[in-house]
Design a protein around this ligand. Structure first.
Ligand SMILES: N[C@@H](CCC(=O)N[C@@H](CS)C(=O)NCC(=O)O)C(=O)O
Length: 229
């Protein structure tokens, strides 16, 4: 019988990887389909007509989009190795911090990587402020105990692996081991987990790709427009 689960992803997408990690942690068998996000397939456009983005999970011929939505779907569909905590308050807290990191850190860090001057300075400052808040949360609670990784770990997993690449590509410093000891300890544990360490994109290729993205984003969005006469 053909595999019932398919994942449309992109080789260095932190959003795709959080879904791959979840499926692997749960032992769900799936076919991975690499999508060319610069020349999207008609299948992707049909599956995710609203955002036209990866990842998209296909289960029993139905498409599910948006990585956080997919994580929740996977957790409800394949109950082994639960990702979200049982307690409603702890569960809500995990969702809160996942959303916070996405909205306040991920987008600020990308902006910082792709911009220059004042925009970059502001985005670096915002990223550091967001990390300070996440550090406070990580210091207080453990989101990673023993072998079990949860929803929040997967949601913020990109901090461990993508952020250092973005810092180098953007010639900037956001992370600092002395300033963020709790996140530093979490990164070491997260990256040493077998499912995570065996499922990461090659950093040399990531550098090349994100350098290209940086230049493209700068030219298209952040480059000052010539004064109109
Ligand atoms: N909020 C989305 C973000 C997905 C996303 O931005 N995916 C990128 C790849 S990293 C994409 O498909 N980009 C294509 C485009 O923007 O047209 C999620 O969590 O799934």
């Amino acid at each position: 019988m053909a595999t019932q689960v398919k994942l449309f992803g992109f080789w260095c997408s932190p959003f795709s990887f959080r879904v791959e990690w979840a499926l692997k942690l749960k032992g769900v068998d799936y076919d991975y389909i690499e999508e060319d996000i610069f020349n999207k397939s008609s299948t992707l456009l049909e599956l995710n007509p609203v955002h036209k983005k990866v990842p998209v999970l296909v289960h029993d011929n139905k498409g599910i989009s948006e990585s956080f939505v997919i994580l929740e779907y996977a957790d409800e569909t394949w109950e082994q190795n639960p990702l979200l905590p049982k307690d409603p308050y702890v569960r809500a807290t995990a969702r809160f911090w996942a959303k916070f990191a996405e909205e306040k850190l991920l987008y600020a860090a990308c902006t910082a990587m792709c911009s220059k001057g004042e925009t970059k300075e502001k985005a670096v400052k915002e990223s550091i402020e967001a990390l300070e808040k996440i550090e406070g949360e990580f210091k207080e609670k453990k989101h990673f105990e023993g072998e079990s990784i949860g929803y929040l770990d997967l949601a913020v997993g990109w901090i461990a692996y993508w952020l250092p690449v973005w810092e180098e590509v953007g010639s900037m410093q956001i992370f600092n081991q002395e300033k963020f000891p709790a996140i530093t300890a979490w990164i070491a544990k997260f990256l040493s987990h077998p499912v995570i360490k065996d499922n990461l994109p090659p950093t040399d290729k990531m550098h090349v790709y994100f350098e290209g993205r940086r230049d493209e984003m700068y030219n298209n969005y952040f480059k000052p427009k010539p004064e109109e006469n």
